[in-house]
Design a binder for this molecule. Structure first.
Ligand SMILES: Cc1ncc(COP(=O)(O)O)c(C=O)c1O
Length: 360
């Protein structure tokens, strides 16, 4: 009999947000809005779309394996060396590469409960051990992470800001945490929502990379740049780490259209500004509306908000869905009374609030 690797049997596969077209078809709805996956509601950057159209005639060729031109552009923008960067098929893929590179089979990754699920899933897929510590006041608890470092811990993943809470750990906490760490641990700050953050006390992790610390940053083109469907993200680390990580990267992992689009999106400052404005204004409107409805929420540094309904979130999810509003229930994260809503366009936010009022 064909044997299944027993290490994968405990994995709960990642459940993505429901697709708009499928919900329309199933529920026979004309209008459906999706506020479920923290995507950019404005669509992709127009410059990126133009770049993709221009590149279509080149897709008979393999992509540039090392993302040469994008690497140059990003290195200039971030003021880091071109050899401090690694690109992936979404930052998801870089999580996989990190685990393969720095963590052996009987070793462990450490992260928080109620955080981005892929850290755990990818570690399990690779047969690595996973340990999590609880959040404190809906935030990563860095001192609990520190206390839970064991002899097998190799990589610590910190989503900052965190998904699904939208909270963040600040400069001083990070400073103290990094100072307290043994030198056989890599800390990965996953900054997928970095471009939405306004808070002055948000840590500048690049500074620690420049100092040669065992830290890494992950960022993505899926959120503010509006390219989730193309799958492209990147990692920043010291050159030595990048060289090791490159050994675990597939040669053509980032497709040609994604590279062209990312480079164009990077230069589209207007689009990024507009996207951030929409998120900031939308959050303000949603906070106000939630207050009026008496619904608690966790203040967010990102483009999504976690709502504490104090009643079954799955039921509310289903009711919203029947009205053509897709959000996320939080069962997979163990928060049964919560939902997470992505900040949409003005019209989408208004629609969400209208329906929420109706069913509340
Ligand atoms: C915290 C966090 N990290 C990483 C990702 C994945 O990003 P990508 O689309 O680049 O794989 C997400 C996506 O939702 C996220 O929330």
């Amino acid at each position: 009999m064909l044997e299944i690797n027993p290490k994968i049997l405990n994995i709960t596969p990642y459940q993505p947000g429901r697709p708009i077209e499928e919900v329309k078809r199933q529920l026979r709805l004309k209008e459906v809005i999706k506020l479920a996956s923290n995507e950019n509601p404005l669509g992709p950057s127009p410059k990126a779309v133009k770049a993709i159209k221009g590149a279509l005639g080149k897709i008979n060729r393999y992509p540039e394996g090392g993302c040469f031109y994008l690497r140059q552009a990003l290195s200039k923008k971030l003021k880091v060396g071109a050899d401090n960067l690694i690109f992936g098929n979404g930052s998801d893929e870089i999580i996989d590469i990190i685990i393969k590179t720095f963590c052996q089979e009987d070793e462990e990754i450490l992260t928080s409960e109620v955080s981005f699920l892929e850290y755990k899933i990818i570690a399990q897929q690779n047969g690595r051990l996973v340990r999590t510590v609880p959040l404190k006041d809906f935030k990563y608890d860095l001192s609990a992470l520190r206390k839970n470092i064991g002899p097998k811990t190799r990589v610590i993943f910190i989503a900052n800001p965190n998904n699904p809470t939208g909270s963040y750990v600040h400069k001083k906490e990070v400073e103290d945490f990094l100072l307290s760490l043994p030198d056989n641990i890599l800390v990965v700050f996953d900054e997928a929502y970095f471009e939405f953050v306004d808070q002055k006390d948000f840590p500048n992790v690049l500074k620690y990379i420049e100092k040669g610390k065992n830290v890494m940053i992950l960022r993505t083109f899926s959120k503010i740049y509006g390219l989730a469907g193309l799958r492209i993200g990147y990692g920043i680390a010291k050159k030595e780490f990048i060289q090791y990580l490159e050994r675990c990267r597939q040669p053509f992992n980032v497709n040609l259209l994604a590279q062209e689009a990312a480079q164009a999106a990077l230069s589209d400052a207007d689009f990024v500004k507009k996207s951030k404005k929409i998120a900031t204004e939308g959050k303000k409107y949603l906070y106000q509306s939630l207050k009026e409805l008496g619904i608690e929420y966790i203040p967010s540094a990102t483009n999504f908000i976690l709502l504490n309904l104090r009643q079954d979130g799955l039921e509310v999810f289903k009711k919203l869905l029947r009205h053509g509003v897709i959000i996320r229930d939080m069962y997979q994260y163990g928060l049964k009374d919560f939902i997470r809503v992505t900040v949409g366009t003005k019209q989408e936010n208004t629609r969400f609030v209208e329906v929420l009022k109706e069913i509340w």
